[in-house]
Design a protein around this ligand. Structure first.
Ligand SMILES: *Cc1c(COP(=O)(O)O)cnc(C)c1O
Length: 586
């Protein structure tokens, strides 16, 4: 790890304590001066005398005691800053993120409107351009905002895709009911804004009439009856195509937006556990034959379980094919909550350590309509900070019924276009300061992430070399390692049982923190087989249980730290595994 990168993290032993203290001090200094230098003519509200009063002092000591109590409680918080913590997608925080968050917290802007946030909103706008540039969007066109996390960002995408679909369907209904023009329904549902505008002009459609035909602005049940009547079909609503490696938030989203869980169509995974393009194609064609519009196709950059990257470039090419051959404009959302910041590795000189397919996939994020990205994961920013990015204003429009081509307001307040109401500026400022200082490119954050990927590969090879029963899940695309311990010829049910016992032991010991994950045979059949192909165990269980190590901590990039921790983990793992096996013996 380069010394310059070490300046951007507190250090597992608080190595950067001295100057971090000074920076905290400077934040307080600014905050006090901010109060003292403004409205200098105003009377003081707390007098010297009052500050010496008995009940004032009592209140102060009560506060000190309360704070002591909180600090004492926090001593038992999980030490997620340590490289020994490999449990979930959280680790050491970046210093600029902590400082940006703290400084902004003290000023408490509310980015819901510029009336409550003069500087916070401005920082957020700059941040969106910064993140947009990182993922390859046109910085002049990218629009978006900071959210409470990836879950909300995914909801934001569904909300907008629904808005778009509703407009195109409303137009189809209006034309069928009043102009005797029956556009093929599925094609109409994916017509594109250009065709939409052309039809609106051609038929002299009025905004209010269109609104009358909306299933979102009006009554969805009535809309459905009218579609049935106009088209002579049984309308079943749209579907959403999401790979089976998806995050929970997608099922939540579908039900929150009223589509019913039935509308959630999982796309099969290939042997690598990534979205299977052939199945995606089949599902698009199936949706078309069922006359069920596709709300959106989702691909994942950095799955929650294994941090794998779907072949986003192949999804893009497939959707382009549908566009050129069938005139279908299908919304493509990339859930890059975890992997979005990996794009920083591609921005700048030099070759990345990623395999060419992952690189091509990350590069293709730029072609998506919308992207979810979580600074509170690989951005090393405190909770809660996610972000939704849209490639342009057209994709961002939502909420009011007005079509985006009719009215494009720039720099307007975002409150009407965000699911959340009051929104902090802390996350935006934390990410902004990290981007401005450490940098969202190959020389900054990209270099830090690169080192974690190199570290996990080394860790994996050391374990594989020393332990014949070590069975890593292949491939390890990025910085998450999943593995089991299994003997040759051992049945899967046995391996799973041992893995769970191993997890319990590791969970009870305080030396390392890992997590476990379970793949079901129905969703990950091909992958389970692939993973176990190295030996002849019977697949007699309908799931695969794995231990999961998230190598996010930047100090895994420090040779000495990595070497000694890898040795220690190896020694511990041998002992844990021995204990598990001994417990089995009669
Ligand atoms: C973490 C994650 C989410 C959800 O993000 P939160 O910030 O936890 O709400 C969504 N999708 C993926 C792929 C994730 O890894």
């Amino acid at each position: 790890m380069k010394p310059k990168h070490k300046a951007y993290f507190p250090g597992p032993r608080a190595e950067n304590e001295d100057w971090l203290r000074a920076e905290f001090q400077s934040i307080l200094e600014h905050w006090f001066r901010w109060r003292q230098d403004l409205f200098t003519g105003d009377d003081s509200a707390i007098s010297e005398e009052e500050r010496n009063a008995r009940d004032y002092l009592k209140a102060r000591s009560r506060l000190s005691k309360g704070l002591d109590e909180l600090n004492l409680l926090l001593k038992d918080e999980l030490p997620k800053y340590s490289p020994r913590y490999m449990g979930h997608m959280v680790s050491e925080l970046a210093l600029p993120a902590i400082l940006g968050h703290m400084a902004t917290l003290l000023h408490n802007p509310n980015n819901t409107t510029r009336e409550v946030s003069r500087v916070g909103s401005y920082i957020e706008d700059e941040l969106i351009i910064m993140l947009g540039t990182m993922v390859g969007f046109d910085p002049e066109k990218v629009v978006g905002h900071v959210t409470g996390g990836g879950t909300v960002a995914n909801f934001e995408a569904i909300w907008r895709a629904r808005f778009r679909l509703d407009h195109w369907l409303a137009l189809a209904l209006l034309l069928a009911e009043t102009r005797d023009v029956k556009l093929p329904l599925f094609e109409a549902a994916h017509m594109g804004w250009e065709k939409f505008s052309a039809l609106v002009t051609e038929h002299g459609i009025d905004e209010e009439d269109l609104r009358e035909c909306s299933g979102v602005a009006g009554n969805p049940f009535e809309f459905s009856e009218r579609i049935n009547a106009a088209y002579g079909i049984a309308w079943r609503g749209p579907v959403i195509l999401v790979p089976q490696n998806k995050h929970f938030s997608w099922q939540k989203g579908v039900s929150i937006f009223g589509f019913g869980e039935e509308a959630f169509r999982p796309v099969t995974l290939d042997r690598g556990g990534k979205v299977d393009i052939a199945d995606l194609k089949r599902q698009i064609i199936r949706s078309q034959s069922e006359q069920r519009p596709i709300l959106m196709v989702v691909s994942v950059a950095g799955t929650t379980e294994t941090a794998e990257i779907d072949p986003i470039h192949e999804v893009r090419d497939l959707l382009l094919e549908f566009r050129s051959e069938r005139n279908l404009d299908i919304w493509h959302h990339v859930d890059a909550a975890y992997g979005g910041f990996m794009c920083s590795m591609l921005r700048g000189k030099g070759k990345s350590v990623l395999d060419p397919a992952s690189e091509a996939a990350l590069d293709a994020i730029a072609s998506a309509h919308s992207v979810t990205i979580d600074p509170h994961k690989l951005g090393y920013v405190p909770y809660a900070c996610g972000a939704i990015l849209m490639k342009d204003e057209e994709a961002y429009t939502v909420s009011t019924f007005k079509a985006p081509y009719l009215d494009r307001e720039h720099g307007a307040d975002k409150w009407s276009a965000t699911l959340e109401g009051s929104r902090p500026a802390t996350g935006a400022a934390a990410t902004w300061l990290t981007g401005k200082t450490l940098g969202c490119d190959a020389d900054g954050l990209g270099a830090v992430i690169t080192e974690t990927i190199v570290a996990v590969r080394h860790f994996k090879s050391v374990l594989a070399g020393a332990l014949p029963s070590f069975r890593p899940l292949e491939p390890t695309d990025t910085n998450v390692l999943c593995f089991a311990m299994a003997e040759d010829g051992e049945a899967l049910s046995e391996t799973n049982r041992k893995t769970l016992a191993l997890f319990d032991i590791i969970h009870d010991c305080a030396e390392f923190s890992v997590s476990r994950t379970v793949f079901s045979a129905t969703t990950h059949a091909a992958m389970i087989e692939h993973h176990l192909s190295g030996y002849d165990g019977r697949l007699d269980d309908d799931q695969l249980v794995l231990l999961r190590c998230v190598f996010m901590n930047p100090f895994w990039g420090e040779q000495r730290v990595a070497t000694s921790l890898t040795d220690e983990f190896l020694r511990c793992l041998k002992g844990w595994y021995r204990d598990v096996k001994e417990a089995e013996e009669p």
